[in-house]
Write a protein that binds this ligand. Structure first.
Ligand code: SER
Length: 585
């Protein structure tokens, strides 16, 4: 059965059972800056799960486009996808466990014709917040699942909540037995040896978890279910991976035909990231340096790295996009509508990235020569990490380049730094889920980098005693206060402006290093309030012209800034002058 048939069967089945079909919400949540992308079918329905009346009634069904990017680096194995489609049905204070379980059982066994013996289920084992879900287990037995294929697990497996707070509850999950031999006597659905694959999750949302971690009962008992379409398609077709189904096959075949080096993982990464990027762009996404745009940028850039790995000419991107649009337009008509915009966006990003890679290679050569001069045969992990973090150079590329030059890389140190970085960004994104988006836009990031350039230019033109006294950035302009005992002459202002623009034209790389605070100061890095910083600090350098302690973020190259223009120079307070400036793009 093809994916589209599964989708249609699902929607029709639930329609016949009194559900209204609602359209998929866009991947980019409307009016909700607290999450980056729609990650589950329930997400656009939160207000209704909490009690608001839905115009389409109490029984709803849909297919929802979803993006989950926690594990971008794992795509390429046979399971992980960043984009997937979730089929779902909801009861907003209407039916509950019994009807929900019976409908799921009937859909799986009668509509999809999965033999009942292949289905195992799991239920919530109970704890201090919520009792053991014997009711669901009884419903499963009544529907036709024998006791020995009903398992009970705790919150880690059988409790569902999006993020840290919100509507939630115990769930019951359905697993498909692939027929592979059990890995041990204890092999169960919770085991990830591959014998059991989770296919559907019915959440009985009757609780709300508040920000303090306390649970209370909701006024209505809801059901929220989610069935992953790609996975179900793969299982019903007896395929090993979603990449072997018709959803990916045309593009996978083309990659196989075009590749000069065989690498199945790279083909999967390209096919997967291409589809995700196209879906995000057709819902209005644009690559940038922050948040949603940054995820899209990472997806496109990772795809390009793997096209390079396969030695496929990047000019083929347009053909690959066409193949995907043609293959998927029946399921997603918006792809056809946005075909040209998708191409333009991806190709423009490719052009930018090719430039960045060239900068990165230059940087690598510089670092390698330095290491050689010092008699080293290994490139420091810190440098490997900087190349990764700033230039998007994966360690395997750096390793390859190093080996071509008879050198090695310190992969162990790189891995440690990478882990630290991941932990940091994970806690960052958790905070984002809680606290809404930080006020970082592409514009403010550019102004932030321009502030460093202005600081450096003032030191060259006015003198080394100029120090930053304050800064304020909006999306429209920058304001910079600095110590200086006189009003700047027109000539001085012009010189400062020219110098900043010269550095922008020079396409200087912006790089980030972590080091001990005392080493940073010794190395001559600028810093406004030394006591404000922790013992390990981040130092941003712009070519050889600027080095400052700073939390970032910054652009990766000054060429991204546009033209710098001073609008005003005035007194701020005694001995402190103020410059207002803009970047014109
Ligand atoms: N919200 C649940 C999930 O994402 C069921 O739809 O798994």
């Amino acid at each position: 059965m093809k994916a589209i048939e599964i989708r249609n069967k699902y929607l029709n089945f639930f329609k016949e059972h009194g559900h209204n079909i609602i359209p998929s919400a866009p991947l980019i949540p409307e009016n909700d800056p607290s999450v980056l992308f729609t990650t589950a079918g329930m997400q656009p329905l939160v207000p209704y799960l909490l009690g608001e009346k839905h115009p389409e009634g109490k029984r709803l069904t849909d297919y929802q486009k979803c993006i989950r990017t926690n594990d971008i680096e794992e795509v390429g194995d046979n399971r992980h996808l960043t984009y997937f489609e979730m089929l779902g049905n909801w009861s907003l204070g209407d039916y509950f466990k019994e009807e929900s379980i019976q409908m799921s059982y009937d859909f799986l066994t009668k509509e999809l014709k999965i033999p009942a013996e292949k289905i195992s289920v799991t239920c919530f084992a109970g704890d201090e917040d919520c009792p053991r879900d014997n009711v669901s287990a009884e419903c499963w037995k009544k529907a036709g699942i024998p006791e020995e294929r009903i398992y009970f697990y705790g919150k880690d497996d059988n409790w569902w909540i999006a993020g840290e707070e919100g509507p939630c509850g115990p769930d019951t999950e359905m697993f498909y037995d692939t027929g592979k031999p059990a890995c041990s006597e204890d092999c169960q659905p919770s085991c990830d040896c591959g014998k059991y694959v989770e296919i559907w999750n019915n959440v009985f949302m009757e609780y709300f978890k508040d920000e303090k971690g306390n649970y209370r009962k909701l006024e209505q008992k809801n059901v929220d279910t989610g069935l992953g379409l790609e996975r179900m398609t793969m299982l019903l077709q007896g395929k090993e991976t979603p990449f072997d189904t018709e959803l990916f096959k045309p593009v996978m075949d083309k990659l196989h035909e075009l590749q000069k080096i065989d690498n199945i993982q790279s083909r999967r990464i390209v096919a997967e990231h291409l589809r995700s990027s196209m879906m995000i762009i057709s819902d209005g996404g644009k690559p940038s340096n922050t948040d949603r745009g940054y995820i899209l940028r990472r997806l496109i850039r990772r795809m390009i790295r793997h096209l390079n790995k396969l030695q496929i000419n990047l000019d083929e991107l347009s053909t690959l996009i066409d193949i995907n649009v043609d293959n998927l337009k029946e399921m997603y008509p918006e792809l056809e509508k946005n075909r040209e915009d998708i191409k333009l966006t991806i190709i423009e990003e490719k052009n930018k990235f090719v430039k960045t890679l060239a900068h990165g290679e230059k940087e690598f050569t510089k670092e390698m020569n330095k290491a050689k001069e010092l008699g080293k045969d290994k490139i420091d992990g810190q440098i490997v990490f900087r190349l990764y973090d700033t230039y998007g150079f994966p360690p395997e590329v750096t390793k390859e380049l190093a080996e071509e030059n008879g050198m090695k890389i310190d992969l162990k140190e790189f891995n440690e730094l990478f882990k630290q970085h991941q932990e940091k960004s994970r806690s960052g994104s958790e905070q984002k889920f809680k606290g809404g988006l930080a006020e970082q836009t592409e514009e403010t990031i550019c102004y932030h980098t321009a502030t460093h350039l202005l600081n450096a230019a003032l030191k060259v033109v006015i003198g080394k005693d100029v120090h930053q006294k304050g800064s304020n950035i909006t999306t429209e302009r920058m304001r910079f206060d600095f110590s200086c005992d006189h009003k700047l002459t027109d000539e001085e202002k012009q010189k400062v402006e020219d110098l900043v623009n010269e550095w922008i034209k020079d396409e200087l790389p912006v790089t980030k290093t972590e080091m001990k605070k005392e080493d940073a100061i010794k190395s001559g890095a600028e810093c406004m309030f030394i006591e404000k910083y922790p013992d390990i600090v981040t130092v941003y350098s712009i070519g050889d012209v600027s080095k400052e302690l700073c939390g970032g973020p910054h652009v990766t190259n000054t060429s991204e800034l546009g033209q710098f223009k001073i609008k005003k120079e005035e007194a701020s307070s005694a001995g402190v002058r103020r410059i207002k400036a803009v970047l014109i793009k």
